[in-house]
Design a protein around this ligand. Structure first.
Ligand code: HEC
Ligand code: HEC
Length: 319
């Protein structure tokens, strides 16, 4: 501040003057100049140490070799190192063991959230509740097309699912369709419609939906007797299902309902184990080189599918 105390007459002026007011030519304060030089210096140091000048499809590297990507990769490696022991342990545990082990259960559920968000939520909605009318099954209720045990859910994820119901437009008369629509709606309201039931049997619906119309899990055929609709309980929507079927490629208006396959490899392994057990053999004796040739696709690892199975199972509907 010392310099500024100069009397105006002692300071040089710029030669400009308006109405007797002279424009003085005071030097800027020292502290201000120093700060300016320092910031210039910082720019140079930063320029030398860090990536700065953009080039055509890269940039100058900087002496420190720092990049955002390498920083991200280091962080990721740290997270993965922390998770690895849990993942290794999870891989060796059965579903029953995991369900009984609170720590591993928490880990499986916690680490599934991102997996689920990345791979499943687009169709099944956040937390297993898809948008209404989107045509995807709700995972939070107690109603499972293909079964709600951990084993069933694991197969659903590994193998993928695709229910099939033929279009009946050409097979039924209009009155018959009307009667079956009424039958399905009555059944869902707990009303036994005898004429409809007779038609249900006569027209072969029984073969897929079962004698009690409760659906058959091996086929994923919906339960027609509960209040939960796979698609919709509106009369025209029920009619649409009966007329055009589900995943019937011969009908343009058919409902499309495809759950993608997440691991062909795991799906084959689960199938082979199930056959071995059904034949009274030890699944540990399976010679995998007979079953797998290494070309099987895996969009998610076996452990990731295990985690997701536990996660979906605990949505509330787990049997
Ligand atoms: C492209 C959409 C889509 C994606 C992505 C998807 N699903 Fe599905 N999922 C479906 C459809 C459609 C069905 C029902 C298939 C049917 O009707 O036959 C289904 C069925 C299921 C079922 C069986 C439900 C039951 O009632 O038995 C489970 C479990 C499931 N999905 C879990 C998952 C998980 C976990 C993921 C993520 C890894 C996932 N899905 C990703 C569309 C999808
Ligand atoms: C070849 C097996 C098959 C036959 C035959 C069949 N269905 Fe289906 N049906 C299914 C399957 C599988 C689904 C569930 C599709 C899905 O979710 O992917 C279904 C779904 C439905 C639905 C939808 C239920 C809901 O909750 O939204 C109705 C209604 C229905 N069927 C009625 C009938 C009637 C009536 C007949 C006889 C005219 C019939 N089905 C014959 C397999 C069959």
């Amino acid at each position: 501040m010392e310099e500024n105390k100069n009397k105006p007459t002692q300071v040089e002026d710029t030669g400009h003057e308006w109405d007797g007011i002279r424009e003085l030519d005071n030097p800027p304060p020292r502290w201000w100049l120093n700060a300016l030089y320092l910031s210039g210096l910082i720019v140079v140091v930063y320029f030398v140490l860090y990536p700065s000048l953009p080039l055509v499809d890269d940039s100058t590297k900087g002496l420190l070799g720092w990049t955002q990507i390498s920083e991200y990769k280091e962080d990721l490696a740290k997270v993965e190192a922390k998770r690895a022991p849990f993942d290794d342990k999870l891989a060796t545990m059965s579903f029953n063991e995991i369900l009984k082990d609170q720590e591993m259960l928490n880990y499986a559920i916690g680490s599934s959230k991102v997996l689920y968000g990345d791979n499943c939520a687009a169709c099944h909605g956040v937390g297993g509740a898809p948008a209404k009318g989107a045509g995807y099954p709700v995972l939070t209720d107690d109603d499972w097309l293909y079964g709600g045990t951990v084993e069933d859910i694991q197969v659903s994820i590994a193998k993928g699912r695709q229910g099939y119901m033929p279009a009946h437009e050409k097979l039924l008369k209009t009155e018959e369709v009307d009667q079956l629509v009424k039958f399905a709606i009555d059944s869902s309201n707990g009303v036994m419609n005898k004429a409809g039931m007779a038609l249900f049997n006569a027209k072969g619906c029984v073969a897929c939906h079962g004698a009690d119309a409760k659906g058959i899990k091996a086929m994923g055929s919906a339960n027609l007797t509960d209040k939960i609709w796979r698609f919709s309980g509106d009369e025209d929507q029920v009619r649409l299902t009966i007329l055009h079927g589900v995943n019937d490629a011969t009908d343009k208006l058919t409902r499309v309902a495809v759950m993608p396959q997440w691991s062909e490899k795991l799906s084959i392994m689960l199938q082979a184990r199930a056959y071995a057990i059904a034949d009274g053999e030890d699944p540990n004796d399976i010679d995998w080189s007979d079953e797998l040739d290494g070309s099987e696709s895996e969009r998610l690892s076996e452990t990731d599918i295990k985690k997701l199975t536990i996660y979906v199972h605990q949505f509330g509907g787990g049997e």
